[in-house]
Ligand binder design. Structure first.
Ligand code: AMP
Ligand code: MG
Length: 289
């Protein structure tokens, strides 16, 4: 049976209550099957990226958001790890620099968007400007409230310039976060990832969940959808993102193939004309097969 990734999509106008949405996957799949399927999907993604690049018609922007320890880095590594590094980049958004803060909140983001032919993955994004910024009152309420509409307009602008946009919220439970933070603390090879801020932010769990609910409700559109990923299990998280990315890119494939065929035909016609002129129509040796 095909993977029903669409059931995780936030439908425009939906009323999201994260508390009522399971962070544990509901699936008959075993971890072993999921891992095997992920390997296939990674191959498909590698091939799709090559076609995206060759056709040069579209770019793809994948946005990953989630609470601390929700697995943003792991998801990026596991899903995009086999894509040609020349065709894929990851952009991480940290606390803005003073130069960034002196500009509008989309300035640094727009600069990082993918050109045609490329996949860019955002590890955090402009959504931080309606998440941490809202929870910590970093700007007045009126300012962040106006941003949802600006975000939708910005994403729509990118889509109108041939960007394919997919947004994933990695949904973990509060108990799972505690386990992951404690596991990091217990492992000296992982403790470098810890920060006091993780525990400080955890105290604001409910405020963050509310901020996420608003972002998901207000900014999931038909063309730039949000997906809520049950992320308590890493293997399901990776599989779900990979299935969604691959299925979405596949819908563009026939268009890319048509472009590639047209391009090939015109390159060959140019070459034949060149030979006719320079070699008197004589053909070079056939390529060895
Ligand atoms: P990490 O992803 O763990 O390296 O942490 C990056 C930190 O930068 C997180 O705490 C984010 O919330 C924070 N951050 C990212 N974007 C913004 C922003 N626009 N304003 C304030 N803090 C931000
Ligand atoms: Mg962190």
């Amino acid at each position: 049976m095909a993977f029903d990734f669409d059931s995780y999509r936030v439908k425009p106008g939906a009323n999201i209550k994260l508390k009522d949405i399971p962070a544990d996957p509901k699936t008959d799949l075993s971890k072993e099957d999921a891992v095997a399927r992920l390997a296939e999907l990674k191959n498909e993604l590698e091939a799709l990226q090559e076609e995206l690049y060759a056709a040069g018609k579209n770019s793809a922007l994948v946005i990953i958001q989630g609470m601390d320890t929700s697995g943003k880095d792991g998801a990026i590594r596991h899903v995009f790890g086999d894509v040609n590094p020349q065709g894929c980049r990851v952009e991480s958004f940290k606390v803005p620099t003073s130069e960034e803060l002196a500009h509008d909140f989309l300035w640094r983001v727009h600069k990082a968007t993918p050109p045609r032919g490329m996949i860019t993955v955002f590890n955090r994004s402009h959504y931080e400007d309606v998440l941490i910024v809202r929870v910590h009152d970093l700007v007045p309420r009126k300012t962040w409230q106006a941003r949802y509409e600006m975000i939708n307009a910005f994403e729509n602008f990118l889509i109108n310039h041939d960007t394919i946009i997919l947004k994933f919220f990695l949904h973990i439970s509060k108990a799972e976060q505690e386990e992951r933070l404690l596991a990091r603390e217990a492992d000296v090879t992982k403790a470098w990832k810890l920060s006091v801020a993780d525990w400080r932010e955890r105290k604001r769990w409910n405020e963050y969940q509310q901020a996420y609910e608003d972002a998901l409700e207000k900014c999931s559109t038909e063309t730039a959808p949000w997906y809520i990923v049950p992320a308590n299990k890493k293997w399901f998280r990776n599989l779900m993102i990979a299935e969604t990315v691959v299925s979405t890119l596949k819908t563009y494939r026939s268009d890319w193939h048509k472009t590639l065929k047209d391009m090939s035909e015109s390159r060959l016609a140019e070459l034949h004309a060149y030979r006719a002129e320079n070699l008197g129509g004589e053909s070079p040796k056939k390529a060895k097969s």
